[in-house]
Design a protein around this ligand. Structure first.
Ligand SMILES: Nc1nc2c(ncn2[C@@H]2O[C@H](COP(=O)(O)OP(=O)(O)O)[C@@H](O)[C@H]2O)c(=O)[nH]1
Ligand SMILES: [Mg+2]
Length: 429
């Protein structure tokens, strides 16, 4: 490693390094590359079914739209503000990742309702996990349902939407300086308006109600459909991802809306963890010499990978237009902070250019890799191609993730003013 500044090298995690060593260590590179290819393709084949249930009017359909990154008036959105009469679950595939389906389940709480029957009726076994929505207290029906889900060994999460409304309502009890207007001796309200205390009280109230009936470690996430970057929605996204196994985790994560820095970071980490596999596939499976660069690789795989990064981070014309509309911002404002090419600009030639630019940096990285994985040196083409493709994917991914973080910052400003507008409409008689 002498003469190489570690800071200039791509970050490669211990785990990746171990996987890389194991793949190269066996000596059967073609086999390792074929396995890597299968692992990468798995994410498109795996299906995820999310059940969203709760009483009618609680905000189920709105939540179904929210998970799918849609506004209620977008094409393909679930209809909101309607009383449902059917007992049939409705499937809403994710618009960009159709292997993720969100199911809007019929409201529970009819007089004939029995939780075990309900689950049977809605096709219980289909779902990976359940989201139970209530905008007031969780009812005996919700609780019966969770007990049945618990018995059958599946996961569930309580979501309490409309917290924006709660906060607005509470605010009316305080004057413009944030001081409680009517100080009754028995009041539990803080004398000074405090958003965090109100939210904590709502959360505690929900958990208390559930604790009384022995729901094991209930988790309640407070959300506002109009402001997904706030309150507990980002935490909910992370929890859902963390609690799914392997490939399912990847499939869900990439479909989640980019509403927080944390989720962007999780996506970056996940894509980062696949670079060693993508490079392997590109340099081994169908590698051809690239004119102008002294390497051989499969350009198509690299092109597809860069497009995948753009898609996952919302860096294409369509996604940006939708985002701009949702955030009430001109699309130009979002584009102004993007430094790397959008999906539409990615071509084979662009990939070759990027590889050329990365060749110098990759030399140092190659020296580093050769020290760790000596077998690379014995495969002449891989010795130069592998570090170059790795380095190129790494640089592009980091840039795309940084772009997405900057776009998010611009959008968040818009999101705040939009939520305020929404609150005004709701609260004005
Ligand atoms: N303020 C506010 N209103 C919401 C929220 N979620 C849903 N709503 C509204 O609550 C009403 C019922 O929502 P809907 O999704 O149709 O409920 P469903 O019957 O359970 O499917 C609609 O008018 C929604 O716009 C939220 O987080 N905040
Ligand atoms: Mg509905």
């Amino acid at each position: 490693m002498a003469g190489v500044d570690a800071k200039e090298l791509p970050k490669i995690s211990e785990e990746d390094m171990e996987a890389l060593k194991a793949a190269f260590g066996k000596g059967t590179l073609t086999e390792a590359a074929a396995k890597a290819k299968d692992a990468l393709e798995m994410v498109d084949k795996i299906t995820i079914n999310i059940a969203v249930t709760g009483e009618s009017g609680s905000g189920k359909s709105s939540f179904v739209n929210a998970i799918r990154g849609l506004e209620d008036d977008d094409e393909g959105a679930a209809e909101t503000g309607v009383n449902e009469t059917t007992m049939e679950p409705t499937a809403y595939p994710h618009p960009t990742y159709p292997n993720v389906t969100v199911w809007d389940l019929p409201g529970i709480g009819t007089p004939t309702f029995k939780s075990d029957k309900y689950l049977e009726q809605v096709g219980f076994s289909r779902y990976d996990f359940f989201i139970i929505i209530s905008c007031t207290r969780f009812t005996s029906h919700d609780i019966e349902l969770t007990q049945e889900i618990q018995r059958q060994g599946k996961k569930f999460y309580f979501v309490r939407p409309k917290v924006d409304q709660d906060l607005t309502n509470e605010k009316t009890l305080y004057d413009e300086k944030g001081i409680l207007k009517q100080r009754k001796a028995a009041t539990k309200r803080p004398l000074q308006y405090s958003e965090s205390e109100i939210l904590e009280a709502i959360r505690e109230n929900c958990i208390k109600g559930l604790g009384e009936v022995e729901v094991t470690s209930p988790r309640v996430f407070l959300v506002s459909r109009w402001d997904l970057g706030k309150y507990d929605y980002p935490k909910l996204q992370e929890t859902l991802v963390d609690e799914l196994p392997g490939h399912k985790r990847r499939a869900l994560l990439r479909s989640l809306s980019n509403v927080s820095k944390e989720i962007l970071e999780k996506k970056r980490e996940q894509l980062q963890a696949q670079i060693w596999m993508k490079s392997l596939v590109s340099c081994i499976v169908a590698a051809v010499p690239i004119p102008g660069v002294t390497i051989a690789c499969d350009i198509v795989i690299l092109e597809m990978s860069l497009k995948e990064y753009c898609r996952d981070f919302g860096l294409n014309e369509n996604a940006l237009a939708t985002l701009a509309r949702h955030a009430n911002k001109p699309i130009a404002e979002l584009k102004a902070v993007i430094k790397s090419p959008l999906s539409e600009e990615i071509t084979g030639d662009l990939v070759t250019n990027l590889l050329m630019k990365c060749a110098a940096g990759a030399v140092k990285f190659g020296t580093f890799l050769l020290n760790v994985i000596p077998v690379l040196g014995s495969i002449i083409s891989a010795a130069a191609s592998y570090p170059t493709t790795y380095y190129m994917l790494q640089s592009f991914l980091d840039n795309a993730a940084d772009d997405a973080a900057r776009v998010l910052e611009v959008v968040m400003e818009g999101a705040i003013s939009n939520a305020e507008k929404q609150r005004e409409t709701i609260c004005t008689p």
